[in-house]
Design a protein around this ligand. Structure first.
Ligand SMILES: [Zn+2]
Length: 260
């Protein structure tokens, strides 16, 4: 994987497309097809969907994971605009969202800053923000889009293949994905939502050894996300046990925990 190879595609296609958004789509997709491997299995090639697939752009023919690529000039920011809100929510509840890959590139299209993989299981209702419907004057009046809020995704759900121009070793990327295999197998959205939210709280606690009280400090935040739960603290302890059983944290005793 070479980040500055993006320029090769830019040089090749720049004369062929008048529209900048079309051009970057072609450049980023070609780079991805030629350089990206499957982070979920041992396959070293990703395949482009031939027909215009409604959501996904790529797939792996070994493990069948599907990928949607979104690219953005410079930094991602906190909100990634996505498609129609109701369709997104339907896709989440029917477990048909593809894995999301975010690519940020330099303003002169010559290299990639970041390539971020968000496994589909982390794309949950809690990270989707409904946008304002388009105004009456707009062509698609009433159409309501959505944003993906990156800060609501825990660090465990943000797997960088390239970070700040540095290519992360493929083995390291796959190890990070393997660590969350237990989570990816959870079918229930509610259960995944809880784990993801507690993981996000832990990501926000900026120390490697933390206490139960550090997590309890987020009880109100978690209650807002799960208003039907009336025993937040018990639920937190249960999630911490699941994370311990799956090797994400370690119990040190006396309400102290360590991130692994
Ligand atoms: Zn695969």
């Amino acid at each position: 994987m070479v980040t500055d190879a993006l320029d090769d595609y830019y040089q090749k296609y720049k004369g062929l497309y008048k529209s900048k958004s079309q051009l970057i789509r072609v450049i980023s997709e070609n780079w991805f097809k030629d350089h990206m491997y499957c982070p979920f299995c041992t396959e070293d090639r990703i395949i482009t969907f031939n027909n215009n697939h409604p959501v996904a752009d790529f797939f792996c023919d070994q493990c069948n994971e599907q990928f949607q690529l979104k690219s953005k000039k410079l930094k991602f920011g906190n909100a990634i605009t996505d498609g129609e809100y109701n369709k997104m929510m339907e896709a989440i509840y029917s477990n048909s969202v593809p894995n999301l890959i975010l690519m940020s590139y330099s303003s002169s299209y010559d290299f990639i800053y970041d390539l971020l993989i968000i496994p589909k299981e982390f794309i949950l209702p809690g990270i989707i923000q409904k946008r304002k419907p388009l105004s009456l004057k707009a062509k698609r009046s009433g159409w309501t889009g959505c944003n993906i809020i990156l800060k609501n995704i825990p660090d465990a759900g943000k797997v960088f293949a390239i970070k700040g121009k540095n290519v992360i070793d493929k083995k390291e990327v796959r190890e990070k994905v393997a660590k969350i295999a237990f989570y990816r197998k959870m079918k229930e959205i509610e259960g995944r939502g809880w784990i993801s939210d507690v993981l996000n709280v832990i990501s926000n606690i900026k120390k490697d050894v933390f206490e139960l009280d550090d997590v309890y400090n987020y009880a109100t935040f978690l209650k807002n996300l799960h208003p039907n739960n009336n025993n937040i603290e018990a639920k937190i302890r249960q999630q911490l046990q699941i994370l311990r059983d799956n090797g994400i944290i370690e119990f040190l005793g006396r309400g102290r925990y360590k991130k692994i």
